[in-house]
Structure formats: C-alpha cells, structure tokens
Design a protein around this ligand. Structure first.
Ligand SMILES: Cc1cc2nc3c(=O)[nH]c(=O)nc-3n(C[C@H](O)[C@H](O)[C@H](O)COP(=O)(O)OP(=O)(O)OC[C@H]3O[C@@H](n4cnc5c(N)ncnc54)[C@H](O)[C@@H]3O)c2cc1C
Length: 308
C-alpha cells in the first residue's frame, strides 16, 4: 500500500465581492451540494486531502467581504445598565485581535486566547469566525466567547439572526449554522466591572492544541446586605478540550457565585470542576490529567484574582 500523502484536492472557489453577492451564491447552491465557506483556510487546508471528510463541491471565499471585517465598540447597543458591545467581524484574525487597543481594553481574555493559537503564521491568517464555525471542542477562543456571553450574528439568503454562544455548539464538531448561513460578526457585551481571565495548557507554547483551556469571568458586586464585603456575581466557568463540545460548568459556577476568591472557595470549586467535566483519553492527553489540570488552572486563576 502506498504511503504517499494524498494529492490535495482543489474544488472550485467562488469569490464574491459583497455580502449581497455571497448571499446570492448561497441561495443558488443546491441543497445536496452546499457551498463551503472559506476564511483563512488554516483548518480547511488540513482537510484538503479529503482523508478526514469528503471535499465540498465548491468553496465560498469570504476573504474579500468588507462587511465581515473590523473591530469597533457599538455604543448604539448601550442598554439601560450602560452596556455596549465590542463587535468583531468574522474575518478578524488573531494577529488583529492581539494588536487591537479595543480588544486589549474590553476583551483582554480574548487577546490572551489569540496569543496562544498556533504560531505567527496561523495568527496572521486564521480568523475568530473560523474558529467558532469550525466547532472543534478544542478551539481556544470558544471558552472566552462562552464566558463573555458572546452573541454570534449570522446571515444568509433567508435573512440574518443572532445565536448566543451558549447555544452555538449543539453537538460534537457541530455549530448552529445552517448550510446556507455564514458568521458575520461576534458581539461581546462590555459589562462594567466584569473581569475575564483565560488560561490554556498545551504541550508547548506554540503550535499546540489545548489539553485544557479555561475562561473564568465574574463581576465584583456588593453583597446582599450592601454593607458586607463585595462578592463575585455572574460567574462563568467555560472550558475547551474537556467534553465533546465547549462547555460551561454550572455546578462549579454555583460554588463561586456570591463568594469571595478565598483559598477555601478555590479548593471547593476546583474539586467540583474536576468531577463536573467529562474529558476523554486521546492523543493529546489523558482524562485523569485533564481533570486534575482543569482544577489546578481554576484554582490558579482564583488565587490570582484574590491576590494571595
Ligand atoms: C498548525 C495549526 C495550528 C493550529 N493551532 C490552533 C490552536 O492553537 N488553537 C485553535 O483554537 N485552533 C488552532 N488551529 C486551527 C485553526 O487555525 C483555527 O480554528 C482558525 O481560527 C480557523 O480559522 P480560519 O479562518 O482559518 O478558518 P477556515 O479554515 O477558513 O474554516 C474553518 C471552518 O469554519 C468555516 N468558516 C470559516 N469562516 C466562516 C464564517 N465566517 N462563516 C461560516 N463558516 C465559516 C469553514 O467552512 C470551515 O468549516 C490550528 C491550525 C493549524 C493548521
């Protein structure tokens, strides 16, 4: 049997110049041969051999769509509580996230996650939208999107809609996108007083897929009496690589909700987390290692927040 790598397959590529053109192409695609969106191609290039899945009939290259670019604060989204959104076009690359003063100010955990993806080549070409759409349970930005209550704006010939990150990955390697929909942009609510932290554990600092990635967010709030010490509210513990989909850890969140980042709370939360996740043994790590490390990572982030 030949050990030669399979020759790359090159299905035809459609290159719309506007979103309207893209929608028209999506509308014209046969339902049994949908157009496959193509952004930075860092995931798709690996799939070009056709070994992991049959190649699509045609690609839809999104790269020229200006409507899918840019990073901005949308103050029109401001609600009664004074909130606005950080909005990132789907084609925003990791390098752009790392360079963006707005991301550094309003989404430092996303900047941290972007800095851990691949290495410089991948960061210059791979996109935030591609990471979300690819729906890998090991995608590094996915826990940050969950912890920040991201909302994904998607569109297609049948109209545009929003999908909360919490419902965006219904199953293993599946996203909530229909075959004729693309991600347009991602909204990250800017919540006054909210802190979000991210930590990834991989084999090495670059070019390593996560063994465990964890994002933790909270808002420092007055306690119920209004006179006691401030406590954590709206706690989110979100993880990648420890379950078939990216996940929140509600039992662990309940332990942290209304508490202070003390050593006792950190101990209880990290024990709870190790039992709440459902990791597998695979080529990158063992389930036992992932359970232990997820708990340690959470403990470390709580310790850093508590300053002890
Ligand atoms: C060497 C290497 C290292 C890597 N390291 C990491 C890592 O450390 N962490 C990590 O999380 N990932 C890593 N990846 C995976 C990959 O780089 C990311 O998932 C990246 O964000 C994918 O974005 P892309 O623009 O290249 O997507 P593409 O490859 O173009 O597309 C990926 C998938 O998303 C779909 N898609 C893309 N954009 C859209 C859109 N706007 N709307 C709808 N569907 C869309 C495509 O159809 C395809 O199914 C690595 C990949 C390589 C090759």
């Amino acid at each position: 049997m030949s050990t030669e790598p399979a020759a790359p397959l090159e299905p035809p590529v459609e290159t719309p110049r506007t979103l309207a053109e893209a929608y028209a192409l999506l509308a014209g695609a046969a339902s049994d041969a949908p157009l496959r969106p193509l952004a930075g191609a860092t995931d798709l290039l690996v799939q070009l051999t056709g070994r992991t899945a049959p190649p699509p009939a045609r690609y839809l290259d999104l790269w020229r769509l200006a409507e899918l670019r840019g990073i901005a604060v949308d103050r029109s989204a401001r609600d009664a509580l004074g909130r606005s959104d950080l909005v990132l076009g789907a084609l925003t690359t990791y390098a752009e996230i790392r360079r963006s003063p707005l991301c550094r100010e309003f989404a430092p955990a996303l900047v941290e996650a972007a800095a851990t993806v691949g290495a410089a080549q991948i960061q210059n070409r791979g996109t935030f939208g591609g990471n979300l759409a690819n729906a890998s349970p090991a995608g590094d930005t996915l826990p940050v999107a969950l912890a920040m209550d991201a909302v994904v704006e998607v569109g297609g010939p049948r109209g545009e809609r929003t999908i909360p990150a919490a419902g965006f990955w219904p199953d293993y390697r599946r996203s909530g996108l229909a075959a004729d929909e693309i991600i347009l942009r991602v909204r990250l609510p800017i919540v006054p007083g909210r802190e979000t932290r991210f930590r990834k554990v991989g084999t090495r600092r670059a070019q390593a897929i996560s063994k465990v990635a964890l994002a933790l967010s909270w808002t420092d709030s007055p306690d119920a009496t209004g006179v006691g010490p401030r406590v954590w509210r709206d706690v989110r513990v979100a993880l990648a690589s420890v379950a078939p989909t990216p996940m929140r850890a509600p039992a662990t969140e309940r332990i942290l909700e209304g508490s202070r980042p003390t050593p006792e709370t950190a101990d209880r939360a990290s024990v709870a987390l190790a039992t709440e996740i459902e990791p597998i043994d695979d080529v990158r790590s063992s389930a036992a290692y992932r359970r232990a490390v997820a708990g340690r990572v959470l403990h470390r982030l709580i310790r850093e927040a508590g300053g002890w």
